[in-house]
Design a protein around this ligand. Sequence first.
Ligand code: FE2
Length: 426
Amino acid sequence: MLDLLVKNATLPDGRTGMSIAVQAGRITEVTPGLDAPAAETLDAAGLLVAPHFVDPHFHMDATLSYGLPRVNESGTLLEGIALWGELKPLLTADALVERALAYCDWAVAKGLLAIRSHVDTSDPSLLAVDALLDVKRRVAPYLDLQLVAFPQDGVLRSPGGVQNLERALDKGVDVVGGIPHFERTMADGAASVKLLCEIAARRGKLVDMHCDESDDPHSRHIETLAFEAQRLGLQGRATGSHCTSMHSMDNYYVSKLLPLIAESGVSVIANPLINITLQGRHDTYPKRRGMTRVPELMAAGVDVAFGHDCVMDPWYGLGSGDMLEVAHMGLHVAQMTSQRGMRQCFEAVTTNAAKILHLENYGLAAGCDASFVLLQARDPIEALRLRATRLKVFRKGRLLAETAPATAALNLPGRAGATAWMLAGA
Ligand code: FE2
């Protein structure tokens, strides 16, 4: 007998009337119309069942700290970094853990079951590193938390930057981070990329750098990252996050850069909510959008995903752990409004992100973990349009979260008993 049988599901690829059979936490079969005895049977009633959401870029050490010790008045990246510098001496491990656990609760409720979080390694106490390693252990039964050693103040620019980053990796942080555009010079930025990629290659780690988070079209560290990834055999293991300078680069240069990134196997993570908020702040009008060239990167064969980056922290006062909100903003900023474009934006917060994180057993196929979400939507586009309610969230076959369907009871003349579900045709 099966542990769980989901019937009459629509899958993100458009297949309808599908059954998903689950045994011992794994999907054993995905097939149309299967009926078999199961300890629990769930009728999806034609709604969308998708693999869980994945956030490939987040800062959990800063999350839910909005207003501590003050609010970012200018709204710029640089005031955010300065504000984070004011907050750091006030951080306690207990408060940090408490905020991170609260955020993970929000995430699970939204069907977000895997997060790659950067953790600042600049402070020699490594307080945030220890706290997030503790959080990683504590949430492991319900959420995959992957940590990136992130030298926020610049690995070369800050005293002891390299040693602190290496100590964080020794403690068990998973991925090597960086911030080349924040080093003192372009040359130092390039040197930091080379150094950090060499550390990753030596230790067998993945790389994910904040790369060119700037409106400066001459910030070209992504080029160095692509070169180093290829030189050191890190193809498929290195990621450039943000890459916002690509928005402002000369088109001729980008025509050379795109195939170079594709050839190197470097993936790119855009952070639509934050990029549209922080970039273009020095502009008058016209004001640049500042997000990297998502459709062009995808067309060149680069793996592109969307991250949340920030929720209620020194850089961004909004957010709720909802990756559909992230994708919704992404498709608007990138003008990816075609049917295919919108589906690609859904993939940017599910399958593409899972690939970049090297998540094992992810997806809706026999052998994958039974970690999926029943949404109050009939397809990925409707899910994006509605930022659809996550009716049920399963991880390895276990029900982790339920949310009541969003339904409005109406009191309209001549429409007695009417309700609105907002689903097309409902
Ligand atoms: Fe970031």
